[in-house]
Design a binder for this molecule. Structure first.
Ligand code: PAF
Length: 282
């Protein structure tokens, strides 16, 4: 497995793959890899000859009071897992390789509309940080396909729009959320949970399932449904950030005629912010 840190070596190594006629599947990550990341790697391996993974804790997508410094960094364990998974190359840049003049001086890629709601409303500037780094990584890696998890469904929709709007020559593939046996969506941030919080955490998924069942059984009073279940989450110890039912392509609030829905949830448990979603086709 090749491990490269600077963009010049990255381009040279990837050119070798291309000269051999090999296609590249790309999985961008921030490291602290778990089974969810590995499912993205397996999907990329099914879609391309060589899998490239980036590990970069992107400072541009963290707000001033967020967990950039505390974000778990487990490079040695990550590299061992990626090697075992058959990854061809891991790109592990430092912030100065991606932002040579600093984060504030760097050009931003900003997707309008989809970024104003849900996590975009609670984390101002977050998605500009995501799209800016993903666009740059796409330009450096030039993959034929890039794979993202559906846990971050809003992120996936935003990246798809960026690729469409900027005519970037890469196919975007979403992969279903990987879950623990009790339903909790796998996330690098789950490691922050105390054992007491970890026992409560699957309640987020259970709430989404209960709401999904109500909708499937004909409930269309979406605002009431969200209010009721938000109160339920609070009573179980969550501090809900949002619980909303939206159209899965435009992210507009769902109405009675909306057919492709997602229920989006973000809630804090202690210091840990959890997100999840449930997709529904009516
Ligand atoms: O989903 C993530 O881990 C990050 O937002 C990404 C796509 C790697 C960009 O930093």
């Amino acid at each position: 497995m090749d491990i490269v840190t600077d963009p010049t070596s990255l381009r040279e190594t990837l050119q070798g793959y291309r000269n051999a006629g090999q296609t590249i599947g790309f999985v961008p990550t921030m490291g602290n890899l778990h089974a969810g990341h590995l499912s993205l790697v397996h999907r990329a391996a099914a879609l391309a000859d060589r899998v490239v993974v980036s590990i970069f804790v992107n400072p541009m997508q963290f707000g001033p009071n967020e967990d950039l410094d505390a974000y778990p960094r487990t490079l040695d364990a990550d590299l061992a897992r990626l090697k075992a998974a058959g990854v061809a190359l891991v790109f592990t840049p430092q912030p100065e390789h991606i932002y040579p003049e600093g984060v504030a001086a760097h050009t931003k890629v900003s997707v309008p509309g989809l970024t104003n709601v849900l996590c975009g409303a609670s984390r101002p500037g977050h998605f500009d940080g995501v799209t800016s780094v993903v666009c740059k990584l796409f330009n450096l890696v030039a993959p034929t396909v890039a794979v993202f998890g559906e846990k971050d469904l809003q992120q996936l929709l935003i990246i798809k729009k960026m690729v469409r709007d900027l005519a970037l020559p890469v196919a975007i593939e979403g992969v279903a959320t990987a879950r623990a046996d009790d339903g909790l969506a796998l996330s690098s941030r789950n490691g922050y949970l105390t054992s007491e919080e970890r026992a409560i955490a699957p309640g987020l998924r259970q709430t989404l399932i209960a709401m999904g069942n109500a909708i499937t059984n004909g409930e269309r009073r979406y605002s009431d449904l969200c209010q009721h279940h938000s109160a339920q989450l609070k009573s179980h110890g969550f501090d809900p950030d949002y619980l909303e039912i939206r159209c899965r392509s435009t992210l507009a609030l769902a109405g009675v005629d909306t057919q492709q829905l997602a229920i989006f949830a973000a809630a804090k448990l202690g210091k840990t912010r959890l997100i999840d979603n449930l997709q529904l086709d009516l």
